[in-house]
Design a protein. Structure first.
Ligand SMILES: NC(=O)CC[C@H](N)C(=O)O
Length: 216
């Protein structure tokens, strides 16, 4: 790619994809197609020199267990605290959340994002759904979003900007009542998270937004 292709940056951004578990390859393909150099992140040393990090969809409890077992969790927490731009999709959103309403066992997150999420809030795999979301700050067109055992944001702090929501009627019945729209895309400073999976839809608006607005 030539200099300045990405928002006039003048150099290729180096983006890590957290690669212990989940749809790593899908994110890597999108990021590479958008002009980034993609680095798999499995250890603390892999975080050095990154301009941004993507935490993919998958299974947050497994991601958590592996990241603690392999000892990379504290380094990711440090990177988040030091301001590294991070984008989490689905399980990645759960890993970024400060609080998980329904963790499995002693499940922990990296945290950083001042939200409480509920895992599998829209139901199980068979309740997966696709919808078009209005996300004015991110795309002029409705964004095609795929929800697979997706988390919902039940609470968000004052610093958190809600980019997109779905009606509460989408929540699985029997879940704690939540009035009004349910946030499914949020940003807080250098942290971006979506309940859904743009990496599998061919709609790259959120990856572009991440590269152009957070990574810069
Ligand atoms: N598609 C996904 O990433 C599902 C997330 C999964 N329900 C979890 O708790 O991690």
């Amino acid at each position: 790619m030539s200099d300045g292709d990405l928002n006039g940056r003048g150099r290729v951004p180096v983006i890590g994809v957290f690669a212990l578990q989940g749809d790593v390859a899908e994110h890597a393909r999108v990021l590479a197609a958008l002009g980034a150099r993609v680095v798999p992140v499995r250890a603390a040393a892999d975080l050095g020199g990154l301009d941004g990090l993507v935490i993919p969809g998958g299974e947050s409890s497994v991601m958590d267990k592996l990241s603690r077992l392999l000892g990379v969790a504290p380094a990711v927490r440090e990177a988040i605290a030091s301001g590294l731009p991070v984008y989490g999709t689905c399980a990645g959103m759960i890993m970024l959340a400060d609080s998980i309403a329904n963790p499995i066992g002693g499940q922990q997150s990296f945290g950083g994002l001042d939200v409480t999420v509920q895992r599998n809030a829209f139901g199980s795999q068979v309740d997966s759904f696709e919808t078009a979301l209005e996300v004015p700050g991110v795309s002029g067109e409705p964004v095609h979003a795929v929800f697979i055992r997706a988390p919902a944001v039940l609470r968000s702090g004052g610093e958190v900007q809600v980019l997109a929501s779905v009606p509460a009627s989408r929540l699985e019945s029997g879940r704690p009542a939540k009035a009004g729209p349910v946030p499914v895309a949020v940003r807080q400073g250098n942290l971006l998270a979506t309940s859904f999976h743009p990496e599998v839809t061919g709609d790259w608006s959120f990856h572009r937004y991440f590269l152009e607005r957070l990574v810069r």
